[in-house]
Design a protein around this ligand. Sequence first.
Ligand SMILES: Nc1ncnc2c1ncn2[C@@H]1O[C@H](COP(=O)(O)OP(=O)(O)OP(=O)(O)O)[C@@H](O)[C@H]1O
Ligand SMILES: Nc1ccn([C@@H]2O[C@H](COP(=O)(O)O)[C@@H](O)[C@H]2O)c(=O)n1
Length: 235
Amino acid sequence: MMADANKAYVGPIPSGKKIKIVFVIGGPGSGKGTQCSKIVNQFGYTHLSAGDLLREEVKSNTEQGTMIQNFMHEGKLVPSDVSVRLLLKAILASGNDKFLIDGFPRNEENREAYEKIINIDPEFVLLIDCSREEMERRILHRNQGRDDDNMDTIRRRFQVFQESTLPVIQHYEKMGKLRRVDGTRNPDMVFEDVKAIFEQLNTQANQVSIAQTNPFKRWFLHLCCGCFDMQDRRD
Ligand SMILES: Nc1ncnc2c1ncn2[C@@H]1O[C@H](COP(=O)(O)OP(=O)(O)OP(=O)(O)O)[C@@H](O)[C@H]1O
Ligand SMILES: Nc1ccn([C@@H]2O[C@H](COP(=O)(O)O)[C@@H](O)[C@H]2O)c(=O)n1
């Protein structure tokens, strides 16, 4: 049997480390990767694409790589412990403390395995909403030589999205964690909405840290927010 590094023990994440996770989900070709690059440039996250990590693993020529290739070729989801361990390994290898996890969780099994193995509550889940016709058109024009960008596999990937990913979306919606953007527009317009969501997260984080560290600034912030409130009411 060939040596298989990914079956080796990985983790856990050191308990004192504060790590921020944002999940980015959406149908195949909805523009997840495209928006993630823009978020990375503007907000300094590390982009981890579950699909890219799996594609890398396929190249490793291991038994696990061949198993993954078979799942991907059919547009099916790879067993969750495999994708979660690849994600964990990538998080541990990175020096960063904030991650966009793109294309994950794709089903309830992914979500449960993540909660068992990584268990860092996502700040929020960004859903890029797009019509099926538009996603299909984009994938067929993508031209990146992906083995799964053919009509048969695309059909299967859409089916997986409908049957397996929608319950995950509903789960996060119930928890108040879902942030939905209309992904049918051009990439810059979509990013305007995405940017506003990340800016809001930064504002909340700043207010929390100010409140935690400095009572004078907390009082000042309270005063300013009060003034802005009054300004809003006057307008
Ligand atoms: N808003 C957009 N408008 C038009 N084309 C787009 C838009 N966003 C992305 N694209 C193009 O559509 C194709 C798919 O985009 P991308 O790879 O970002 O999607 P994805 O959701 O990551 O796909 P997959 O799930 O299949 O990996 C790419 O060729 C990309 O350049
Ligand atoms: N959580 C995941 C993510 C992806 N896969 C497999 O990879 C294929 C391509 O994914 P993209 O996000 O790059 O479109 C996908 O069709 C699955 O076969 C997975 O199993 N689990």
